[in-house]
Design a binder for this molecule. Structure first.
Ligand SMILES: NC(=O)c1ccc[n+]([C@@H]2O[C@H](COP(=O)([O-])OP(=O)(O)OC[C@H]3O[C@@H](n4cnc5c(N)ncnc54)[C@H](O)[C@@H]3O)[C@@H](O)[C@H]2O)c1
Length: 298
Protein backbone atom coordinates (compact mmCIF):
# COMPACT_ATOMS: atom_id res chain seq x y z
CA UNK A 1 0.00 0.00 0.00
CA UNK A 2 1.32 3.47 -0.91
CA UNK A 3 1.67 5.52 2.23
CA UNK A 4 3.35 8.64 3.57
CA UNK A 5 6.14 7.40 5.80
CA UNK A 6 8.03 9.93 7.91
CA UNK A 7 8.78 7.55 10.75
CA UNK A 8 11.52 8.90 13.00
CA UNK A 9 12.10 12.02 10.87
CA UNK A 10 12.51 15.27 12.79
CA UNK A 11 10.09 17.99 11.66
CA UNK A 12 10.56 21.61 12.74
CA UNK A 13 7.43 23.71 12.31
CA UNK A 14 8.02 27.44 12.74
CA UNK A 15 4.81 29.30 13.64
CA UNK A 16 2.71 27.26 16.07
CA UNK A 17 1.10 29.00 19.03
CA UNK A 18 -2.31 27.34 19.30
CA UNK A 19 -4.35 24.52 17.73
CA UNK A 20 -6.29 26.72 15.28
CA UNK A 21 -3.79 27.50 12.53
CA UNK A 22 -2.21 25.75 9.58
CA UNK A 23 1.03 25.10 11.51
CA UNK A 24 -0.81 22.90 14.00
CA UNK A 25 -2.65 21.01 11.25
CA UNK A 26 0.63 20.39 9.42
CA UNK A 27 2.27 19.21 12.65
CA UNK A 28 -0.61 16.81 13.16
CA UNK A 29 -0.43 15.38 9.65
CA UNK A 30 3.34 14.95 10.01
CA UNK A 31 2.81 13.22 13.37
CA UNK A 32 0.23 10.91 11.72
CA UNK A 33 2.99 9.99 9.25
CA UNK A 34 5.34 9.13 12.13
CA UNK A 35 7.48 12.30 12.31
CA UNK A 36 8.91 13.66 15.56
CA UNK A 37 7.49 17.14 16.10
CA UNK A 38 9.39 20.19 17.32
CA UNK A 39 8.01 23.72 16.96
CA UNK A 40 9.08 27.36 16.98
CA UNK A 41 6.77 29.75 18.82
CA UNK A 42 6.72 33.56 18.75
CA UNK A 43 7.94 34.76 22.18
CA UNK A 44 4.88 36.91 22.99
CA UNK A 45 2.67 33.81 22.55
CA UNK A 46 5.05 31.33 24.18
CA UNK A 47 3.87 31.30 27.78
CA UNK A 48 0.19 31.08 26.98
CA UNK A 49 0.79 28.28 24.44
CA UNK A 50 2.94 26.22 26.81
CA UNK A 51 0.51 26.67 29.69
CA UNK A 52 -2.51 25.71 27.59
CA UNK A 53 -0.67 22.65 26.29
CA UNK A 54 0.36 21.58 29.79
CA UNK A 55 -3.16 22.09 31.12
CA UNK A 56 -4.57 19.77 28.49
CA UNK A 57 -6.50 22.46 26.60
CA UNK A 58 -5.38 20.99 23.27
CA UNK A 59 -5.72 17.31 24.18
CA UNK A 60 -8.79 16.86 21.98
CA UNK A 61 -7.01 18.34 18.95
CA UNK A 62 -3.83 16.38 19.76
CA UNK A 63 -5.67 13.08 19.20
CA UNK A 64 -4.20 11.04 16.35
CA UNK A 65 -6.08 8.37 14.42
CA UNK A 66 -4.42 5.62 16.51
CA UNK A 67 -5.84 7.18 19.69
CA UNK A 68 -2.50 8.50 20.93
CA UNK A 69 -1.87 12.20 21.52
CA UNK A 70 0.51 14.09 19.24
CA UNK A 71 3.64 14.79 21.24
CA UNK A 72 5.43 18.09 20.75
CA UNK A 73 8.95 17.11 21.84
CA UNK A 74 10.39 20.62 22.05
CA UNK A 75 9.11 24.18 21.85
CA UNK A 76 11.71 26.77 20.90
CA UNK A 77 11.02 30.48 21.28
CA UNK A 78 11.50 31.98 17.80
CA UNK A 79 11.14 35.51 16.53
CA UNK A 80 11.74 35.21 12.80
CA UNK A 81 12.36 38.93 12.26
CA UNK A 82 15.77 38.59 13.95
CA UNK A 83 18.62 36.76 12.25
CA UNK A 84 20.83 36.59 15.34
CA UNK A 85 20.68 37.82 18.92
CA UNK A 86 23.20 40.62 18.20
CA UNK A 87 20.62 42.26 15.91
CA UNK A 88 17.84 42.34 18.55
CA UNK A 89 17.21 45.92 19.73
CA UNK A 90 17.67 46.68 23.43
CA UNK A 91 13.99 47.59 23.87
CA UNK A 92 12.95 44.10 22.71
CA UNK A 93 15.46 42.42 25.04
CA UNK A 94 14.01 44.50 27.88
CA UNK A 95 10.38 43.90 26.88
CA UNK A 96 8.62 41.74 29.47
CA UNK A 97 7.27 39.41 26.77
CA UNK A 98 10.87 38.58 25.74
CA UNK A 99 12.82 38.92 28.97
CA UNK A 100 14.28 35.80 30.57
CA UNK A 101 13.53 33.40 27.72
CA UNK A 102 16.09 31.40 25.75
CA UNK A 103 17.78 33.04 22.74
CA UNK A 104 15.02 33.43 20.15
CA UNK A 105 16.73 34.68 16.97
CA UNK A 106 16.97 32.37 13.95
CA UNK A 107 20.73 31.61 14.15
CA UNK A 108 20.60 30.69 17.84
CA UNK A 109 17.47 28.53 17.42
CA UNK A 110 19.16 26.65 14.56
CA UNK A 111 22.23 26.15 16.78
CA UNK A 112 20.13 24.78 19.64
CA UNK A 113 18.23 22.42 17.37
CA UNK A 114 21.51 21.19 15.90
CA UNK A 115 22.76 20.51 19.43
CA UNK A 116 19.52 18.80 20.48
CA UNK A 117 18.72 16.80 17.32
CA UNK A 118 21.77 16.92 15.03
CA UNK A 119 19.68 17.32 11.86
CA UNK A 120 16.12 18.07 10.77
CA UNK A 121 14.42 16.31 7.86
CA UNK A 122 11.41 18.58 7.49
CA UNK A 123 11.15 22.37 7.73
CA UNK A 124 7.81 24.20 7.76
CA UNK A 125 7.42 27.99 7.68
CA UNK A 126 3.89 28.78 8.85
CA UNK A 127 4.17 32.33 10.06
CA UNK A 128 3.33 35.80 8.88
CA UNK A 129 2.80 39.22 10.33
CA UNK A 130 1.79 42.55 8.84
CA UNK A 131 1.26 45.27 11.46
CA UNK A 132 -0.72 47.40 8.97
CA UNK A 133 -2.65 44.53 7.35
CA UNK A 134 -5.92 46.45 7.80
CA UNK A 135 -4.60 49.39 5.75
CA UNK A 136 -5.03 49.58 1.99
CA UNK A 137 -1.68 49.30 0.23
CA UNK A 138 -1.98 52.97 -0.73
CA UNK A 139 -2.27 53.84 2.96
CA UNK A 140 0.58 51.58 4.11
CA UNK A 141 3.65 53.25 5.58
CA UNK A 142 7.15 52.32 4.45
CA UNK A 143 7.78 50.91 7.91
CA UNK A 144 4.62 48.79 7.85
CA UNK A 145 5.36 47.49 4.35
CA UNK A 146 8.92 46.51 5.24
CA UNK A 147 7.75 44.91 8.50
CA UNK A 148 5.32 42.69 6.55
CA UNK A 149 8.12 41.75 4.13
CA UNK A 150 10.52 41.05 6.97
CA UNK A 151 8.23 38.82 9.04
CA UNK A 152 6.39 37.11 6.20
CA UNK A 153 8.90 36.73 3.35
CA UNK A 154 12.50 37.41 4.33
CA UNK A 155 11.99 35.24 7.43
CA UNK A 156 11.85 32.20 5.14
CA UNK A 157 15.07 33.16 3.34
CA UNK A 158 16.86 33.51 6.66
CA UNK A 159 15.40 30.35 8.18
CA UNK A 160 16.41 28.31 5.15
CA UNK A 161 19.92 29.79 5.17
CA UNK A 162 20.38 28.76 8.81
CA UNK A 163 18.64 25.37 8.68
CA UNK A 164 19.79 24.20 5.22
CA UNK A 165 23.19 23.11 6.58
CA UNK A 166 21.49 20.75 9.06
CA UNK A 167 19.11 19.23 6.50
CA UNK A 168 20.26 15.99 4.85
CA UNK A 169 20.05 15.54 1.08
CA UNK A 170 16.50 14.68 0.04
CA UNK A 171 14.81 16.61 2.85
CA UNK A 172 12.17 19.25 2.18
CA UNK A 173 10.60 22.55 3.18
CA UNK A 174 7.12 24.03 2.84
CA UNK A 175 5.80 27.54 3.46
CA UNK A 176 2.26 28.92 3.38
CA UNK A 177 1.12 31.55 0.92
CA UNK A 178 -2.17 33.11 -0.16
CA UNK A 179 -3.93 33.94 -3.43
CA UNK A 180 -3.63 37.70 -2.70
CA UNK A 181 -0.08 37.42 -4.08
CA UNK A 182 -1.41 37.19 -7.63
CA UNK A 183 -5.09 38.27 -7.56
CA UNK A 184 -6.60 41.28 -5.81
CA UNK A 185 -8.14 40.44 -2.44
CA UNK A 186 -9.43 43.80 -1.14
CA UNK A 187 -8.73 44.08 2.58
CA UNK A 188 -5.52 42.01 2.59
CA UNK A 189 -3.36 45.08 2.92
CA UNK A 190 -0.34 46.48 4.69
CA UNK A 191 2.06 44.99 2.14
CA UNK A 192 0.94 41.43 2.96
CA UNK A 193 -0.03 40.77 -0.68
CA UNK A 194 3.44 41.98 -1.69
CA UNK A 195 5.08 39.76 0.94
CA UNK A 196 3.21 36.68 -0.34
CA UNK A 197 4.27 37.53 -3.92
CA UNK A 198 7.87 37.70 -2.70
CA UNK A 199 7.50 34.41 -0.83
CA UNK A 200 6.26 32.67 -3.99
CA UNK A 201 9.00 34.12 -6.16
CA UNK A 202 11.59 33.20 -3.52
CA UNK A 203 10.21 29.65 -3.50
CA UNK A 204 11.42 29.27 -7.09
CA UNK A 205 14.81 30.92 -6.58
CA UNK A 206 15.45 29.11 -3.30
CA UNK A 207 14.40 25.78 -4.84
CA UNK A 208 17.26 26.27 -7.30
CA UNK A 209 19.79 27.45 -4.74
CA UNK A 210 18.90 24.95 -1.97
CA UNK A 211 18.62 22.16 -4.52
CA UNK A 212 22.13 22.88 -5.78
CA UNK A 213 23.63 23.44 -2.37
CA UNK A 214 22.00 20.82 -0.17
CA UNK A 215 19.62 18.80 -2.39
CA UNK A 216 16.75 20.21 -0.34
CA UNK A 217 13.33 20.76 -1.93
CA UNK A 218 11.41 24.05 -1.52
CA UNK A 219 7.67 24.39 -2.12
CA UNK A 220 4.83 26.62 -0.96
CA UNK A 221 1.15 25.88 -0.41
CA UNK A 222 -1.36 28.53 -1.44
CA UNK A 223 -4.00 27.79 1.17
CA UNK A 224 -7.65 28.85 1.19
CA UNK A 225 -9.17 30.96 3.94
CA UNK A 226 -9.09 29.55 7.48
CA UNK A 227 -10.34 31.32 10.61
CA UNK A 228 -6.99 31.09 12.44
CA UNK A 229 -5.94 33.57 15.10
CA UNK A 230 -3.81 35.49 12.58
CA UNK A 231 -6.62 35.60 10.02
CA UNK A 232 -9.19 36.77 12.56
CA UNK A 233 -6.93 39.76 13.23
CA UNK A 234 -7.47 40.85 9.61
CA UNK A 235 -11.18 41.09 10.30
CA UNK A 236 -13.04 39.77 7.23
CA UNK A 237 -12.06 36.10 7.38
CA UNK A 238 -15.59 34.77 7.96
CA UNK A 239 -16.79 36.55 4.80
CA UNK A 240 -13.84 35.19 2.83
CA UNK A 241 -14.61 31.67 3.99
CA UNK A 242 -18.25 32.05 3.03
CA UNK A 243 -17.27 33.48 -0.36
CA UNK A 244 -14.93 30.54 -0.98
CA UNK A 245 -17.53 27.99 0.11
CA UNK A 246 -20.03 29.49 -2.36
CA UNK A 247 -17.72 30.13 -5.32
CA UNK A 248 -15.00 27.48 -5.30
CA UNK A 249 -15.47 24.54 -7.69
CA UNK A 250 -15.74 22.12 -4.77
CA UNK A 251 -18.44 24.12 -2.92
CA UNK A 252 -17.48 22.84 0.50
CA UNK A 253 -15.84 23.86 3.72
CA UNK A 254 -12.01 23.84 3.65
CA UNK A 255 -10.46 21.94 6.55
CA UNK A 256 -7.03 22.79 7.93
CA UNK A 257 -6.13 19.09 7.78
CA UNK A 258 -6.52 19.17 3.98
CA UNK A 259 -3.61 21.61 3.95
CA UNK A 260 -1.83 19.49 6.59
CA UNK A 261 -2.15 16.34 4.50
CA UNK A 262 -0.87 18.07 1.35
CA UNK A 263 2.10 19.39 3.32
CA UNK A 264 2.84 15.88 4.62
CA UNK A 265 2.85 14.59 1.02
CA UNK A 266 5.10 17.43 -0.21
CA UNK A 267 7.48 16.86 2.70
CA UNK A 268 7.72 13.12 2.10
CA UNK A 269 9.70 11.11 -0.44
CA UNK A 270 6.49 10.64 -2.45
CA UNK A 271 7.10 14.20 -3.70
CA UNK A 272 10.81 13.64 -4.36
CA UNK A 273 10.68 15.34 -7.78
CA UNK A 274 8.56 18.35 -6.75
CA UNK A 275 10.41 21.60 -6.01
CA UNK A 276 9.95 25.30 -6.74
CA UNK A 277 6.17 24.98 -6.92
CA UNK A 278 3.10 26.74 -5.55
CA UNK A 279 0.44 24.12 -4.80
CA UNK A 280 -3.12 25.37 -4.34
CA UNK A 281 -5.14 23.82 -1.53
CA UNK A 282 -8.24 25.99 -1.74
CA UNK A 283 -11.07 23.81 -3.09
CA UNK A 284 -10.08 25.13 -6.55
CA UNK A 285 -11.03 28.76 -5.88
CA UNK A 286 -7.90 30.10 -7.63
CA UNK A 287 -9.14 28.70 -10.95
CA UNK A 288 -12.34 30.78 -11.01
CA UNK A 289 -12.64 33.95 -13.09
CA UNK A 290 -16.10 35.00 -11.88
CA UNK A 291 -17.98 34.84 -8.61
CA UNK A 292 -20.95 32.62 -9.36
CA UNK A 293 -22.95 34.12 -6.49
CA UNK A 294 -22.55 37.61 -7.99
CA UNK A 295 -25.96 39.36 -8.32
CA UNK A 296 -25.17 40.13 -11.98
CA UNK A 297 -25.00 36.42 -12.81
CA UNK A 298 -28.15 35.20 -11.05
N1 LIG B 1 -5.64 31.65 7.67
C1 LIG B 1 -5.71 31.83 6.35
O1 LIG B 1 -6.80 32.11 5.81
C2 LIG B 1 -4.47 31.66 5.50
C3 LIG B 1 -4.61 31.51 4.11
C4 LIG B 1 -3.46 31.33 3.33
C5 LIG B 1 -2.21 31.34 3.94
N2 LIG B 1 -2.10 31.51 5.29
C6 LIG B 1 -0.76 31.51 5.89
O2 LIG B 1 -0.61 30.42 6.77
C7 LIG B 1 0.46 30.72 7.67
C8 LIG B 1 0.01 30.42 9.09
O3 LIG B 1 -1.00 31.34 9.46
P1 LIG B 1 -2.40 30.93 10.09
O4 LIG B 1 -3.46 31.70 9.37
O5 LIG B 1 -2.51 29.48 10.19
O6 LIG B 1 -2.35 31.62 11.53
P2 LIG B 1 -1.62 31.29 12.88
O7 LIG B 1 -2.00 32.40 13.81
O8 LIG B 1 -1.87 29.89 13.33
O9 LIG B 1 -0.07 31.36 12.50
C9 LIG B 1 0.70 32.51 12.39
C10 LIG B 1 1.84 32.33 13.38
O10 LIG B 1 2.86 33.27 13.11
C11 LIG B 1 3.45 33.58 14.35
N3 LIG B 1 4.27 34.77 14.19
C12 LIG B 1 3.90 36.04 13.90
N4 LIG B 1 5.00 36.83 13.82
C13 LIG B 1 6.07 36.03 14.06
C14 LIG B 1 7.47 36.26 14.14
N5 LIG B 1 7.99 37.47 13.97
N6 LIG B 1 8.28 35.22 14.42
C15 LIG B 1 7.78 33.98 14.63
N7 LIG B 1 6.46 33.70 14.57
C16 LIG B 1 5.62 34.73 14.29
C17 LIG B 1 2.23 33.75 15.26
O11 LIG B 1 2.59 33.69 16.63
C18 LIG B 1 1.40 32.55 14.83
O12 LIG B 1 1.74 31.41 15.60
C19 LIG B 1 0.83 32.18 7.43
O13 LIG B 1 1.94 32.26 6.55
C20 LIG B 1 -0.41 32.71 6.73
O14 LIG B 1 -0.17 33.86 5.96
C21 LIG B 1 -3.20 31.65 6.08
Amino acid sequence: MLKIDLKGKVAFIAGVADDQGYGWAIAKALAEAGARIIVGTWPPALKIFKTALEMGKYDESRKLSNGELMEIESIYPLDAVYDDMDSVPAEILENKRYKGIDPFAIAEVAERIKKDYGEIDVLVHSLANGPEVKNDLLETSRQGYLAAMSASAYSFVSILRHFGPIMPAGSATVSLTYLASERVIPGYGGGMSSAKAALESDTRTLAWEAGQKWKVRVNTISAGALASRAAKAIGFIDKMKLYADKNAPLNKDLHAMEVGNTAAFLLSDLASAISGTTIYVDNGLHAMGVAIDSPTLV
